[in-house]
Design a protein around this ligand. Sequence first.
Ligand code: NAD
Ligand code: IPM
Ligand code: MN
Length: 373
Amino acid sequence: LPRKRIALMPGDGIGVEVMQATEQVLTVLREREALALDWQRLDWPSTAWHQMHGRMMPDDALDQVRAFDVLLLGALGDPGPLSDAGRYRLPDGVSLEPLLRFRKGLDLWACERPARLLPGAPRYLADPRAAEVDMLVIRENSEGEYVGQGGRLHPGTPHEVATQLEVFTRAATERLIRHAFSRARQRLAQRGESRRFQCADKGEAHAQVCLITKRNAQPAWGELYSEVFAEVALEFPEIGIHHELVDAACMKFVQCPWQFDVVVASNLHGDILTDLAAVLSGGLGLAPSCNINPARRDTPALFEPTHGSAPDIAGQGLANPAAMLLTTAMLLEWLGFVAAAERLRVAVARDLLSASGQSRSCAAVTAGVIAQL
Ligand code: NAD
Ligand code: IPM
Ligand code: MN
């Protein structure tokens, strides 16, 4: 078999720190598991913007990354010089451009963000049932609130009007929702009938897809999503269905998160809900994520933790690399290195448990995970 190739893009802030940790871990894992795997760094951080005269990446960046099997990104978002409290940061509109360009240009229309509470992870909810949290949020990744169309009319004047267009197509909605149901089916096959969910249609089911909308206030796309959801659900009779308005969903993520299985949401709702879901799994330092095109294995998928560049802790060695390592496990699984992925997940989990709640440096977690490997 040909060797698989990863493009490593550290990015900005703690992205650089967690990428260094990951490279160390990958080096050990590759040797232990005899993985046919290579990687190469593509250093296109926000600081390169100044050197490249106002571009974040070379013009042929998309072609360059298409030569790889997968991309692994630390985080983007210029933290600025550490001493100036963010005064000379590149604006997010500039520094995040590569991320949005990759998602769109590589047609990575589904974003998957699992939330599970590993033993030993920080617990933010008092209810003991919060230990059972095991959900997968699937976020629309190609359109919706992120189409980037809109503008400011009469900026700076009292008459200013800002518009931001949202676009939802039936085609993108249908592929997203069908993907959510097939992931629910897969999860059911893996775990068996151990969980029960209350469902709108059939009372109780062993697997569920919960649709999130704001159809009471935004009926156009809310109704499109609901209609497609009902249609696609017919193809998956064993999966229960449920709907929540996004505001109520936020409440229930905190009040009874164990009642969720697969959650499917628009681009923006999914973004917001997954920072909340991250807290259920112990915080952003433990929340993995991937951007994929489930229908195509021949274009590179993009793996990145849910967190950003964390300017507040960047440069201090305090970032938890676990989110990035769990993301790397998702990447390995995507490439077909299933045993190595599991080995990495187990190493992260054991390290977490052995640290018994102490807060540790990035280097300490990295060393701990390597020791477990
Ligand atoms: P953030 O995710 O960077 O940080 C939020 C909070 O979580 C901070 O207090 C941070 O210290 C903490 N945190 C995040 N990751 C952590 C880790 N691994 N270990 C320990 N603590 C961690 O979000 P933000 O502060 O809103 O955004 C900072 C920058 O990152 C912005 O420019 C934003 O646009 C960008 N961003 C980028 C991505 C991405 O590249 N995928 C994602 C989110 C935000
Ligand atoms: C994420 C991030 C991005 C998003 C930002 C950086 C554009 O918050 O991946 O969750 O909103 O998609
Ligand atoms: Mn986000």
